[in-house]
Each structure stands twice: as C-alpha cells, then as structure tokens.
Design a protein around this ligand. Sequence first.
Ligand code: SER
Length: 337
Amino acid sequence: MNFVNSCPFVNLCREMQKETVLVIGACGQLGTELTEALRGIYGENHVVASDVKKSDNDVFQTGPFEVLDILDKPKLQEILEQYKPTQVYHLAALLSATAEKMPEFAWKLNMDGLFHLLDAARDMGIVKKVYWPSSIAAFGPNTTRINTPQYGAMDPTTVYGISKLAGELYAQYYFNRWGVDTRSLRYPGLIGYKSAPGGGTTDYAVAIYHDALTTGKHHCFLKPGTVLPMLYMPDALKATLDIMHAPAEKVKIRTSYNLAGMSFGPEEITAAIQKHIPSFSSTYEPDYRQAIADSWPAVIDDSRAREDWGWKPDYDLDRMTADMLDNLRRMGFRIDS
Ligand code: SER
C-alpha cells in the first residue's frame, strides 16, 4: 500500500518525506509494522529504529538500528544529536497484563520514558513532533461502555491505564505550555499477522488466529460475551500515519483521540473463523485478565477523529478474519505445523 498517495494530507506528507524519524520501541507489535511503513515513506536510512534489544525480523536488518533503553536519558539524547530526527514515535511501554505483574516498574517505564522524550523535545530543539499512544485502558468501570465518548468518566483500574491517562494529560500539558507538538490515539486491541503482541489483555484476538491454523482449538482467558474494541493493523497504521501527517490545526485534541474499528467478544471471533474453518472451536477459562477487560469500554465513539482529521476504518471482523487467515497461511501456519 502506498501511504503517501493515499494519505489525506498527501502534500504535507510529501514535504515531510525529507525528514528523519525515530521509532522507540520499534521491535514490538506495532513498532515492527510502523517501522516498515515509515521506511516505505521516508526511505530506509531516514527511519531510525530503536529498542532495548534488536529483533531478528527482516525489517531491522536494513536501515539504522540503535539499542535504546528509554530509561537511559543520556543515550536518548545522544541518538537525537546523532540522527537529528524531527519526528519521534514513542511506543515503548509495558502493556496491561504484564504491567499488573510488575506495577512499580511499569509506572517507571511508562512515565519516565515519556518524560525523557517530552523533555528532550522541549529542551533540545531537534524533535518537532511526538507520537505517543494511549489506550482504551485509560477508561475504567464508570466509563460509559457503549459508544464511549471522547470526554467522560475516566477511572482506570490498572497501572497501565493510570499511566496512559496521566501520560495523555502530560502530553497535552507539554503542548499547551511549551509548544511540543504531541499527537496521540487511544488504541483499542491491535490485531496483526506480521508480529506478535506481548502482555496485553486483547492479545487473545491475535493468538486465536494462530491457534485456528495450527491446533484447531483456542483456549481463551476471557469469557464469552466480553466485548472489546479492536482494530486491524492496516487501519491502526493508517490512523497513526494520518494523525502524524495532519496539519497541526486539525489535531484539536492533544490528550488522545478515541479510535475504533470493530467490537466483538471471543465467541464472535470464533464464529467468524468458523466460516473459514468449520471444525475450529474455543474453550473459555477466564483469569485475572477478565477483570481488566470488564473495566474497559465495549464500543468506542470515535467521531472526533472522524470530524477533525478524516478517520475511517476499512476493516470489519469478517474482512479482517479473511485477511488474517490468508496471510498466516501464506506464512506457513498450518494444522499440525
Ligand atoms: N492492547 C492493550 C492491552 O491489552 C490495550 O491497550 O493491554
């Protein structure tokens, strides 16, 4: 897919193509695909990938890669001095389920990491634009669960969600007070075939496709009826790239935008897979992640993203399912493989 030509802000996107971009947390589920997409737009040598450890995914074997622990502020500054990126995508974080196992470290990583970057953007005069993801985890049990509005009760119950809500407010604060051009999306669960997720409550919706093609059975850690908002990776990439290429005046929300693609429970994704693999089945055994899922919205109202910078997803559950299964099969996932 050619992101430049299909970008609603194609002219600005073309102008920005001369810039250098840094991706922090590049080896994660989103980072891997985003790095690949950014290299398609900006060229391999203009997209610096960084993470605590280099992954052996092909995308990192070409173009610059730096080992960076985002808690190491001097190293971040050194990388910024060396490559002079004008845009940074900061994706390094512990996700909801892992963060509950080590809450103190999760808070440190998620918050200090963000501060290191925001401070560098404010103080060094190199970085002009910062992308940092928030999440549906920023909502909580008193949030309206159906058509969750952009503004409403936000009372996250997980350390991950608390860090996202605090981070949203700080991103807005740095924008208002020091003019750091911060942009953010509240991602729902992200589903893709190219790279594995790690430590999220929504991750079952990726594993289920792998299971469908290998063992033919999925053992789900959530119970039927647990409806959560989800987004297919090509849509997540489109939204992320579009908000970063939008003219500043169109980005009217500087905390984080609600964003949605589809909503379903584990039994619905099972049924969608059964249309392709009738023998596939799921069993259910909820664990500690059920309480996390129960505190999150089921259906998100993303009308502000649609109005302000033209967001519209392309994939629903059936279209995503067909595409996931095709691609995983192409990659060699087979029953008994
Ligand atoms: N996918 C994330 C998680 O489950 C939500 O942001 O933690």
